[in-house]
Write a protein that binds this ligand. Structure first.
Ligand code: BTN
Length: 233
């Protein structure tokens, strides 16, 4: 089954996730909210998402039974596949759980939320033509145009949605297919990493993700599973 997406375009919004949440009060249909300007863009862990004009900000409002964590991997994988397909670049990777990197610098982020009626909101920001400087974020950033990838917001969004639809269908059949495809893009696999988890830093070897998308961290002979955390190299 292909998802059908109604597209709603806005000029200026606080956050496309806010608009998607508000729209969930009035619709049960799959919807994409896209905006030119976002003045209160937010990221994961309460961070701000620096939303420079000309970049792509959108939110998918999705009626689904699929668990959020699986959708995180569907969305980040779809974005990585889209960028790889339009550019043929090889240095694109995914940092658990869902950052999209080029040359280890963040080019896109994903924030998944849930509306009161249970619909899922997948908010995505892609740095198309500009990226925040190092004072504005705690991590290095980049943008597509700095990597010689020139694509319109419309084209990027429509390419992404077709990858998303295919991967979503695969996910409904078997998340393991998505897990394996995601791992091909994963950065830091089998390397020593640090994981910030509930105010503690855990060190170990990143062994991949399990069937629920939990991070597998090997410490000596034990492998622990971690749900919400941030990974560093
Ligand atoms: C992150 O990496 O911390 C997630 C960033 C998510 C940013 C997007 S931009 C569109 C949507 N609206 C928001 O306010 N946030 C998401």
């Amino acid at each position: 089954m292909q998802n059908l997406w109604n597209l709603e375009k806005y000029n200026e919004v606080s956050s496309t996730n806010d608009v998607a949440r508000e729209r969930s009060l009035h619709t049960k249909e799959n919807l994409v909210v896209v905006a030119d300007i976002q003045y209160l863009g937010r990221g994961r862990r309460g961070n701000k998402w620096v939303s420079q004009r000309g970049n792509l900000f959108f939110s998918q409002l999705l009626a689904t039974e699929t668990i959020n964590s699986n959708l995180t991997f569907v969305a980040s994988l779809s974005l990585a596949e889209t960028i790889k397909n339009i550019s043929k670049i090889k240095n694109i990777s995914l940092k658990w759980p869902n950052d999209v990197l080029i040359d280890m610098k963040k080019v896109a982020g994903i924030l998944i939320e849930q509306a009161d009626n249970g619909m899922i909101i997948i908010g995505i920001g892609v740095n198309l033509i500009a990226h925040p400087n190092e004072q504005e974020t705690s991590y290095p950033s980049t943008d597509l145009s700095s990597n010689d990838i020139n694509i319109s917001r419309e084209k990027l969004l429509s390419e992404y949605l077709s990858y998303f639809d295919k991967n979503y269908e695969l996910c409904l059949k078997n998340f393991d297919i998505i897990r394996k495809k995601w791992l091909k893009f994963a950065c830091g696999l089998n390397q020593k990493v640090k994981v910030k988890y509930k105010d503690t830093i855990k060190e170990g070897v990143f062994k991949g993700i399990d069937e629920q998308g939990l991070l597998l961290l090997q410490q000596d002979k034990d492998t622990i599973k971690i749900s919400v955390a941030e990974m560093f190299f």
